[in-house]
Design a protein around this ligand. Structure first.
Ligand SMILES: *[C@@H]1O[C@H](CO)[C@@H](O)[C@H](O)[C@H]1NC(C)=O
Ligand SMILES: *[C@@H]1O[C@H](CO)[C@@H](O)[C@H](O)[C@H]1NC(C)=O
Ligand SMILES: *[C@@H]1O[C@H](CO)[C@@H](O)[C@H](O)[C@H]1NC(C)=O
Ligand SMILES: *[C@@H]1O[C@H](CO)[C@@H](O)[C@H](O)[C@H]1NC(C)=O
Length: 483
């Protein structure tokens, strides 16, 4: 009788249109080492490029740093207790490379760093929460920057050695790995615009070398996992993709081509190599053509050797997708040949629709259907067996009654649910960005993404649930949007 009642309730709810997230869908939240841990010089940790960048004046709003941040290095048990209290089942965090290898090389392994992540994972497991671990979320050991950073192809070997040490020490308890978080952000903001560490502004050149080395490093770690650990540890590993959605403003061939180019330069640049073994054709053609006119005897976009193509091809066990925003795009005439630049290579106009609410960050607007279009586009082009949305979130200026964040998440989660139920897209998890208010890179602590407020003026870094945390907890536990 009870069974029949439950069944009837299900049938009714379906017939009334209340869609439900699948039983095995994991709701969670995310964070990253430099943005939350603090303890920048404790227990043997080495310097990262973000320590150096934030300690140099003029780079970060209000001169903020991640020296203490949310103090999660000391308060991780509180973080896990909050995740548990909210009923979340997956936590995405990243490992600080220099906390484990102080100068980035295997010559010195910092056991205290390994112990910290072991304790965090143990605490998560005890609370029934799956760890989803990013090996690199931008805090490169400073020593490796001096060796060329993401310009140096040998960084792939250093990253491989680091990854092996992490798999060996932590891999028994981790089923989901991400090699690099948003390599596109590292390469454009770190090497093209210079707004992120290492603060270089080598337009039109370094950005592509950085993308190339990032793909080599990802592939190196993927194959180390695949050949040395997968059989025993049984996890999955991938490269993180950060993609927006784009709308051509008209359906003319030129605007549609601008859309395709924009997608390729921003999302295809990493998706195409890991799923198909090479850069998007439009990038190869555009960049080599402009390089030639600029007088180069080679393309500013490095060419993969056949061996590298084979190494990179097929190195995604699932898609880890960071998605926040949408843009409108249109054709523009090409910029004259002169200074090499990513923007000139891309050669499009872009804007936003006036109906889209804008967050505290001008780049971030709310266009919920965009995520459903994007999921379909990725599925049609790359056909991954599984998607996990590893970042999606909204920034404001703070406050506990964060209705803007609730309405953003409600819209995006509804569209993800439609993609699962109506479009048969296999999205198996969602880690909202972010669990805690945290160090938002060049914006310092001025922009808040957390579902949990952190009081940065309090030495205790007291955590307080915002209304969005309570709302999200209800979604996660009922598996329905606003039941
Ligand atoms: C980067 O270089 C370009 C060209 O020299 C310049 O216009 C721009 O202001 C620079 N940006 C930064 C962040 O230094
Ligand atoms: C990548 O692998 C796929 C599937 O094995 C294959 O069809 C494709 O030709 C490969 N790409 C390259 C550039 O070798
Ligand atoms: C979705 O992905 C999960 C995890 O890989 C897998 O177990 C499941 O079979 C997939 N579902 C479909 C419909 O492909
Ligand atoms: C910080 O936390 C400690 C231990 O929980 C407590 O004793 C102390 O009163 C707190 N201080 C502030 C300023 O909240």
């Amino acid at each position: 009788m009870i069974k029949y009642g439950v069944l009837l309730a299900c049938v009714l709810s379906v017939s009334l249109g209340a869609k439900t997230f699948p039983e095995n869908f994991l709701f969670g939240a995310a964070g990253a080492s430099y943005q939350i841990e603090g303890a920048w010089n404790e227990d043997g940790k080495g310097l990262s490029i973000w320590d150096v960048f934030t300690h140099t004046s003029g780079h970060i709003k209000n001169g903020d740093t991640g020296d203490i941040a949310c103090d999660s290095y000391h308060k991780y048990k509180e973080d896990v207790a909050i995740l548990k209290q909210l009923g979340l089942k997956v936590y995405r965090f990243s490992i600080s490379w220099p906390r484990i290898l102080p100068n980035g090389t295997p010559t010195q392994i910092n056991q205290a760093g390994i112990n910290y992540y072991k304790s965090l994972i143990k605490e998560l497991k005890a609370a029934g929460i799956e760890p989803l671990v990013t090996l690199y979320h931008w805090d490169l050991p400073q020593h490796l920057l001096l060796l060329g950073g993401w310009m140096n192809p040998r960084l792939a070997d250093y990253f491989g050695d680091y990854a092996r040490i992490v798999f060996k020490n932590l891999g028994d308890d981790v089923k989901y790995w991400i090699t690099l978080n948003e390599p596109g952000s590292t390469c454009t903001q770190g090497y093209e615009s210079g707004t992120h560490a290492p603060g270089l502004n080598l337009t039109g050149e370094a950005v592509y070398q950085c993308s190339y080395v990032s793909l080599l490093a990802h592939a190196k770690a993927y194959h180390i996992y695949d050949t040395e650990f997968r059989e025993k540890q049984g996890g999955k590993i991938t490269l993180n993709l950060a993609c927006a959605w784009y709308y051509p403003i008209t359906d003319t061939d030129e605007d549609v081509e601008a859309f395709n180019r924009c997608f390729d330069f921003n999302c295809g640049i990493y998706a195409e190599p890991i799923f198909k073994g090479n850069w998007p054709r439009r990038m190869i053609d555009r960049i080599s053509e402009r390089s030639k006119l600029e007088g180069y005897s080679f393309s500013r976009l490095p060419e993969f050797t056949d061996q590298e193509k084979n190494l990179i091809n097929g190195t995604a066990d699932y898609i880890s997708l960071n998605m926040y925003t949408s843009r409108t795009v249109w054709h523009i005439s090409d910029e004259p040949i002169g200074t090499p630049s990513l923007d000139f290579d891309l050669g499009i106009g872009s804007g936003v629709d006036s109906s889209w609410p804008t967050s505290a960050a001008s780049w971030l607007v709310s266009d919920p259907p965009g995520i459903r279009y994007l999921l379909n586009h990725l599925k049609n082009n790359y056909d991954p067996s599984e998607f996990i949305i590893t970042e999606n979130g909204w920034s404001d200026l703070g406050g506990l009654d964060d209705q803007g964040r609730i309405s953003y998440w409600k819209g995006y989660l509804s569209n993800i649910l439609d993609a699962i139920v109506d479009d048969q897209i296999n999205v198996t998890g969602y880690t909202a960005w972010s669990l805690l208010d945290n160090f938002e890179w060049a914006e310092g602590y001025t922009q808040r993404f957390g579902m949990v407020e952190v009081d940065f003026s309090d030495p205790n870094r007291t955590r307080t649930l915002k209304n969005s945390a309570k709302w999200y907890s209800k979604i996660a536990t009922t598996r329905q949007i606003d039941p």
